[in-house]
Structure formats: structure tokens, C-alpha cells
Design a binder for this molecule. Sequence first.
Ligand SMILES: Nc1ncnc2c1ncn2[C@@H]1O[C@H](COP(=O)(O)OP(=O)(O)OP(=O)(O)O)[C@@H](O)[C@H]1O
Ligand SMILES: [Mg+2]
Length: 299
Amino acid sequence: MADATGMPPPGNGGHTNGQGTDNPGTNGAGNAGRPAASPILTITGLRTQFGTSVIHDNLDFSVQPGEVMGVVGGSGTGKSVLIRTIIGLNKPAAGRIAVFGRDLASLSAAETTAMQSRWGVLFQDGALFSSLTVAQNIEVPMKEHSDLPPELRQELIDVKISMVGLPPDAAHKYPAELSGGMRKRAGLARALALDADILFLDEPTAGLDPIGAANFDILIGDLQRALGLTVVMVTHDLDSLYAICDRVSVLVNKRVKVGTIEELMHEPDPWIQEYFGGPRGRAAAGSAERSGTAPQSAG
Ligand SMILES: Nc1ncnc2c1ncn2[C@@H]1O[C@H](COP(=O)(O)OP(=O)(O)OP(=O)(O)O)[C@@H](O)[C@H]1O
Ligand SMILES: [Mg+2]
């Protein structure tokens, strides 16, 4: 199940997707290795807290169109909260979050609903509705955000199921009847239900065996290129970072440090040093080098 059934072959990994940016931006179109268009997502001065517990403080973060941004950090540093805050499930105590140049706090209810249809989310626990079949799960956002007639929804559901490499008969199965890897694929199909521009993935490969995880990385990479997606992916999986991420954000001290893996390796922060330079980091770097997915030196 290594392939994304029905998908075109992987492209050249170029970042060509500038669609949907509402502000024209001032950057050139150069995309040699590092994207340079206006950010598709910009966070400035974000503060999130629960009671007196501050999770993010004055955090700045931006993601370019077509970029695959990894998000790492120790357990409890606020990776999932960051995603939940971006998509509006958690209200920031301060700061601004803009998507496609629009400040999310300034949107009307109708605009917010429209904005929600432009991103897809795969939550950390998969979060499929256990009482619904895979097809019905994928249909939920379609019903919520589109006026598509049932026949067309059905056709689209079949397309999404095939896109994520699930067999057609998975459509009528309940989550409990699927393997962990299949559930992840089903969750991904639901995240893709609305042809989103941005995909938020929270630990998509957690709990999969190494081969299943590698196949899922390949799937995400293939889909990203074929659909021109921007991907923000929380992961603990160093192999995933090497395989598909253009840049990585590390949550440390309530903020993020952003860079290529190469750049982050020069960060003095002890957690970052240990993470990328420790035994697991070195092993992942070695296997990435052997498979040709190691980061290119800047230049
Ligand atoms: N709804 C909530 N109410 C109160 N505290 C919360 C809430 N959601 C998250 N937190 C706290 O915020 C902190 C960050 O949680 P988060 O789930 O973002 O961590 P994480 O970086 O995703 O960790 P992990 O790698 O274990 O998934 C934790 O201390 C958590 O207990
Ligand atoms: Mg989490």
C-alpha cells in the first residue's frame, strides 16, 4: 500500500501554489528550494493560556504557500494547542492569526465558515466518528460546507478513498473495523473532503509501524505535490521530517524556532541539539542521506 492510488507521479517538489493569497505581497516569485511568496498563514504575537498556565507567549510563525512545515517539540509544549488555535477551536489570549492575508478574528460568521472549508485537519487521535462508516465520516464536512447533491457527494467520497490508497470496500466499514494505518488514511480522506488548500496534520504517523509510517509519509508527499497543498504537520517522527518537510518549527520556551533541519542543527538550544543531534536524530539523518531525502545545503 505504498502508493497513493490514482495520483499522478510525484513532481519535482517545487513550490508553485500561490493560489488564494488575498494580499498581493511584495516578494518575487523565486522558489529555488525555499519558498518566497506571501505567507499563506501568519501568526504574530500569539499568546495562548489556560487559566494561569501560559502555553505560547509572543509566538510568531508563518508558512508559505506550498510549503510542508513540520512542527516538533517536547510533549506538552503546545503543538496540538497551536493547531487548535489556528483553526479556531481555542481562542488566543493575544495576537493575530491571518490566513490568506485575512485576520481570522475579523471574519464574519459566514466568512469563517468559508475559511474553514479551505483547510482540512487530521487530529492527533484520528477522531473519526465511531458510529459512522468511513464514507459517512468523509461526507460530514461535505454536508456541512457544500450544497453538493448526494450522488455527487458519493462520487467524490469514492475519489477521496482512492486518493488515500484505501480499497473501495473500506467505504462501508466502521473505524473499529480498520487497522490503525487505515484509520489514518480515512482521517486524511476526511481532511481532504473539501479540496482544502491547507492541511493540518497532528502526528499523522504516530502509532504506525516504521513501514506504515514511511508509506504514509510518501502518501502525504504525493498528495501535497499533486494537489499543491500547504501542509503543517506536527510529528515526533524524525524520518517524516527528513522525508517531506521543507522547514521545521520547534516549540521551545513558548515560542517557535523555524528553519531547515540543517539550520536548526546549529541552534544552541539543548532540546534542539538533543533532538536532531542525538542518536535517533543521527540515525534518521543517516537513513535520509541513503534514500536521498536528506536536506540540501542552503545555497
Ligand atoms: N483545553 C485545555 N484546557 C487546559 N489545558 C489544556 C487544554 N488543552 C491543552 N492544555 C494544556 O496545554 C499544554 C499543551 O498541550 P498540547 O496538547 O498542545 O501538547 P502537545 O505539544 O501537543 O503534546 P504531545 O506531544 O503530548 O501531543 C499541556 O500542558 C496541556 O495540558
Ligand atoms: Mg499533541
